[in-house]
Structures are given as structure tokens and as C-alpha cells.
Design a protein around this ligand. Structure first.
Ligand code: HEC
Length: 158
């Protein structure tokens, strides 16, 4: 009996420790740290798709003609906007031949930019070099037409 209680406590603390470690690992508004997070700590290819936007899809300018949008568990959990802090959307942009040309990311960070949904925006080359990062007027201007949907374009909240 006592042993079970002890094991229970150990498991509880292990869970709490693991949870806090995962949370502590979330990067700040830093494009290189975010790239490490989505490529190594929590590789985005293992995440999910929005249920209404599965796998390869056709896209519009300025992104490529084809794309995939991966979302992490926090983003996927959102039933109504806004998305939870810590939500990340990663969009792979391909040309017609199916070659990866750019990776565009939206990452929701508390108090980062309250006027425009607290999104941190980055456009990466396929090897993870940030071409644009932060609060680019272009990203915000265009996605801002969907501010009521928390700046998300490919998924409609019910
Ligand atoms: C002129 C309009 C426009 C601009 C500028 C723009 N986007 Fe988008 N974005 C779109 C459209 C339209 C989609 C829907 C998918 C598609 O058609 O490619 C989209 C989809 C996305 C997605 C998938 C999640 C979602 O919200 O649907 C991400 C991530 C994204 N864009 C990031 C960015 C980043 C980062 C920038 C700036 C570097 C940017 N976008 C600039 C129009 C734009």
C-alpha cells in the first residue's frame, strides 16, 4: 500500500517535471530558436493538419502554388478563436514541381504584439534561414483581413 503511494507520488512529480520542461522549452520571439524548436525539439512534420485542410493543398500568391500546413497540438485544440498561447502553424510552400521553396510560420506568443493577435511571423528558406521575422507589415496586412478568425486563413472556426 505504502509502496503504491510512493510510486504514485514519483509518477506525479515525473509528470509535473516533464510538463514544466516542455513548457520551458518553448522559444521566445527569436527566429533561430523557433527554427530549432520546430526542426529538432518538436519536429513539425510529426504534428497534425487542420481537419479541413489535410496534406498537400493548392495555394495562392504570395505563397507557393502548393502547400502543406502543419499545426501543433495547442493550435489544433482551439475550437473558437483566439488560439492558445504556444500555438504554432508551419506552412511548407512548394513550386509546381513539388520542390520546397519556403517555410512560413506563425507562432502565438503572449504579449508579443497584442494589437495584431500576438503572432510572431517568420519566413524561412528551406534550410532554416530567416528572411523575414517579427511583425512584417505584409504578413499582418494580408492575414489581418481574417483578424476575427485569429489571422488564420486555411481553417475556419465554427
Ligand atoms: C497577400 C496575402 C498574404 C501575405 C502577404 C502573407 N500571407 Fe500567409 N497566407 C495567405 C493565404 C491566402 C493563405 C492560405 C493558403 C494559401 O493560399 O497559400 C496563407 C496561409 C498562411 C499560413 C498557414 C496558416 C493560415 O493562417 O492559414 C501561414 C503560417 C502563413 N500564411 C504565414 C505567412 C507569413 C509568415 C507571411 C509573411 C512573411 C505571410 N503569411 C504573408 C496570404 C498571405
Amino acid at each position: 500500500m505504502k509502496k503504491n503511494l510512493l510510486i504514485g507520488f514519483i509518477m506525479l512529480f515525473a509528470t509535473l517535471f516533464a510538463t514544466s520542461a516542455v513548457m520551458a522549452e518553448m522559444p521566445g520571439s527569436d527566429a533561430d530558436a523557433l527554427w530549432r524548436y520546430i526542426s529538432k525539439t518538436s519536429p513539425y512534420q510529426k504534428w497534425s493538419f487542420w481537419p479541413d485542410h489535410l496534406g498537400m493543398q493548392e495555394g495562392r500568391a504570395p505563397h507557393g502554388p502548393k502547400h502543406k500546413v502543419y499545426v501543433n497540438a495547442k493550435a489544433l485544440a482551439a475550437e473558437t478563436p483566439p488560439l492558445e498561447y504556444g500555438s504554432i502553424q508551419v506552412k511548407e510552400n512548394f513550386n509546381m514541381a513539388g520542390e520546397l521553396k519556403a517555410i512560413t510560420v506563425m507562432y502565438k506568443i503572449k504579449d508579443y504584439n497584442p494589437a495584431d493577435g500576438d503572432w510572431f511571423w517568420v519566413k524561412y528558406s528551406p534550410d532554416g534561414k530567416a528572411a523575414k521575422a517579427g511583425k512584417p507589415a505584409g504578413c499582418i496586412g494580408c492575414h489581418g483581413t481574417r483578424a476575427k478568425n485569429d489571422f488564420v486563413i486555411v481553417h475556419d472556426f465554427k
